[in-house]
Write a protein that binds this ligand. Structure first.
Ligand SMILES: [Zn+2]
Length: 374
C-alpha cells in the first residue's frame, strides 16, 4: 500500500470540515455496522482519500476509541508509514488512464486472503470513474456477493460516470467544499503563507483544501506573473507585447500537455497499446489542458474583481491580491467601472467558449487584444 505521504500523520485531525462524513464513518465503527462497499464522492480537493485512510486506520486499530484510532498500535504505525498489508489500492494507469480488468481481478483475489492483522481486507479504488466497462462488471460481481470481512471503498469526483448498478451497491458518503474560515485554518496549520496572500489562497481554493498543494500553487504563481504582465502591457497599449504573451500562454499549455504525456508514457513504458488507448490518452490530456486554462482564467478573474472593487470602493475593501495593490491601483486609475465590466464579460465569454474552440491560439489572441478595448 502506498499513501500519498504528507508530514502529517493519518487521522481525522487532518480532515478539515466534512463533519457529516466523518461522523457517519465513526458511527459505523462504534455500532460495528461496516457496509461492504462505500462510495466517497465530492469535488476534487475535498479530502476524500485522506478521509478514507483516516477511517481505515480507525477501523483496523487494535485499541480504538469512539473518536478515533489509538495512534500507537502496530496497525496505526503501518498506516502512518503508508505500508499496511491489508489494504490494496487501485488507480488508473497506462496510456488510457483506465483501471484495467486484470487489476480488478487481482484485487478480488487479494480481498479473499486472510487478513494479516485484525479481520478486514480492504480494496480502495481511486478515480473509480476510470474503471473500464469490463472492470466495472467484474467488480460488480463481488459487490453483489461480498466475502465476509471485506470492504471496498470507491472514490470519485464524477459519480455520474459510474454504472448505476455499482452505485446501487455502495453506501454513499458525500464530501463538500468547506467554509473560508476552515480553509484559513488549513492555511495556518500547514504554514502555506509563503505561497501567496491568504485571501487569495482562500478564494483560489473554492473551499477545496486539497487544491492548496505546492504543485498547484506553483502553477498559480506563474499565472499571476503572466496576468501582472498582461495588465501592464494593456495599460501601455502594447499590442505586440500582448500578442507575444498570448503566444507564451499557448506555449505554456503545450508544455503542460507534453509533460503530462511524458509522465503517462513513463509510467507505462513496458506496455503495448492499441489505437483506442492512444485516443483515450489524448482525450484525457485535452481535458486536463482545458482544466489548466480554466484555472488561468479563474485567477485572472480574481484580479479583475480586485480592480473593480478598488475602483468602486477605493481602499474600503480588502483585496484578494493584496501584494499587487500598486498595480491594481494603477489599472483602476485608467479603467473606469464600465471598462472593467466589459473585460470581465470578455473573459467569461472566452472562458465558456474556449472549451469548444478548435483553435485555442485564436481565442487567446482575441482575449489578450480584448484587454486593450474591452
Ligand atoms: Zn491503533
Amino acid at each position: 500500500m502506498e499513501i500519498a505521504t504528507s508530514h502529517h500523520p493519518v487521522g481525522y485531525n487532518n480532515i478539515y470540515g466534512q463533519e457529516k462524513a466523518v461522523e457517519i464513518l465513526k458511527r459505523s465503527i462504534v455500532s460495528k455496522r461496516i457496509p461492504h462497499s462505500l462510495l466517497f464522492t465530492g469535488p476534487t480537493g475535498t479530502q476524500k482519500t485522506s478521509s478514507a485512510f483516516a477511517f481505515l486506520k480507525h477501523l483496523k486499530c487494535t485499541n480504538p476509541t469512539p473518536d478515533g484510532p489509538c495512534n500507537i498500535c502496530r496497525n496505526c504505525y503501518l498506516f502512518d508509514h503508508a505500508m499496511h498489508p491489508d489494504v490494496k489500492i487501485l488507480e488508473p494507469k497506462r496510456k488510457a488512464r483506465r483501471i484495467p480488468i486484470e487489476d480488478v481481478k487481482a484485487l478480488i483475489w487479494f480481498v479473499q486472503l486472510k487478513a494479516y492483522i485484525g479481520k478486514y481486507k480492504i480494496g480502495l479504488i481511486k478515480e473509480a470513474d476510470r474503471l473500464t466497462k469490463d472492470s466495472a462488471n467484474a467488480l460488480l460481481k463481488i459487490l453483489e456477493d461480498p466475502p465476509r470481512n471485506t470492504l471496498f471503498i470507491l472514490i470519485t469526483a464524477q459519480k455520474n460516470a459510474l454504472l448505476p448498478t455499482i452505485l446501487s451497491r455502495c453506501q454513499e458518503i458525500d464530501f463538500f467544499p468547506v467554509s473560508n474560515e476552515i480553509v484559513t485554518r488549513y492555511i495556518h496549520d500547514h504554514e502555506l503563507h509563503h505561497l501567496g496572500p491568504e485571501d487569495f489562497l482562500v478564494m483560489m481554493s473554492g473551499g477545496r483544501v486539497g487544491l492548496l498543494s505546492q504543485g498547484n500553487l506553483d502553477i498559480i504563481k506563474r499565472d499571476r506573473e503572466m496576468i501582472e504582465r498582461s495588465l501592464c502591457l494593456a495599460l501601455k497599449k502594447d499590442i505586440l507585447g500582448l500578442l507575444e504573451l498570448s503566444e507564451e500562454t499557448f506555449m505554456m499549455l503545450q508544455e503542460f500537455s507534453e509533460e503530462l504525456k511524458e509522465k503517462i508514457k513513463e509510467q507505462a513504458h513496458q506496455e503495448s497499446y492499441s489505437e483506442k488507448d492512444e485516443d483515450e490518452m489524448q482525450a484525457y490530456i485535452e481535458g486536463k489542458v482545458r482544466e489548466r486554462l480554466d484555472t488561468y482564467f479563474n485567477v485572472f478573474l480574481i484580479f479583475l474583481r480586485d480592480i473593480f472593487l478598488y475602483q468602486t470602493f477605493q481602499k474600503a475593501f480588502p483585496l484578494k491580491n493584496q501584494d499587487k495593490s500598486d498595480l491594481i491601483h494603477s489599472v483602476s486609475l485608467v479603467w473606469n467601472t464600465y471598462d472593467i465590466e466589459r473585460r470581465v464579460s470578455l473573459l467569461e465569454d472566452i472562458r465558456s467558449r474556449i472549451l469548444s474552440y478548435a483553435n485555442q491560439k485564436l481565442a487567446l489572441d482575441a482575449f489578450y487584444l480584448g484587454l486593450l478595448t474591452g
